[in-house]
Design a protein around this ligand. Structure first.
Ligand SMILES: [Zn+2]
Length: 143
């Protein structure tokens, strides 16, 4: 299907349901579209052509590198880079185990629970529950 026809086949509301800011390729599509983003409304991540480019590039990379189509996600996996960025105060979405590691790391640096919560951009309760093993994935997401 030619790129120019994607946008015209998908109604705007339907497009938002599937190609929103939470899509794993949203940042890539937005970067592809940055040259003409000003013509789009603020709630649109990217135009159809830029979404298609992002998806095709992602698929091509997976095929060329022999990556599996579906990933087995370890729910206890800790992304050390995400944890380090969060500990520096950068806005990063953390999983429950990552929040626990980040909170423990900041507390070991003698930050208070309140200071750790502020640094990680989460609530005091989220940090408290994370270090006590009762955090939820929702609470662990940076605000
Ligand atoms: Zn575009």
């Amino acid at each position: 299907m030619p790129r120019s026809s994607i946008g015209s086949l998908v109604a705007p509301q339907r497009l938002n349901d599937h190609f929103g800011p939470s899509h794993v390729l949203a940042d890539v599509a937005a970067r592809n579209c940055s040259a003409h983003r000003s013509r789009l409304t603020s709630h649109v991540v990217a135009c159809g052509a830029c979404w298609e480019l992002a998806i095709r590039d992602d698929e091509r990379f997976a095929v060329e590198c022999g990556l599996p189509r579906e990933m087995d996600v370890d729910p206890e996996y800790v992304d050390e880079i995400a944890v380090e960025l969060a500990c520096r105060g950068e806005r990063v979405r953390l999983t429950r185990p990552e929040l626990a590691v980040a909170a423990e790391r900041l507390l070991a640096r003698r930050l208070s629970l309140s200071a750790a919560a502020a640094r990680l951009r989460v609530s005091y309760d989220a940090v408290f529950m994370a270090v006590n093993g009762r955090g939820s994935a929702v609470a662990a997401e940076a605000a």
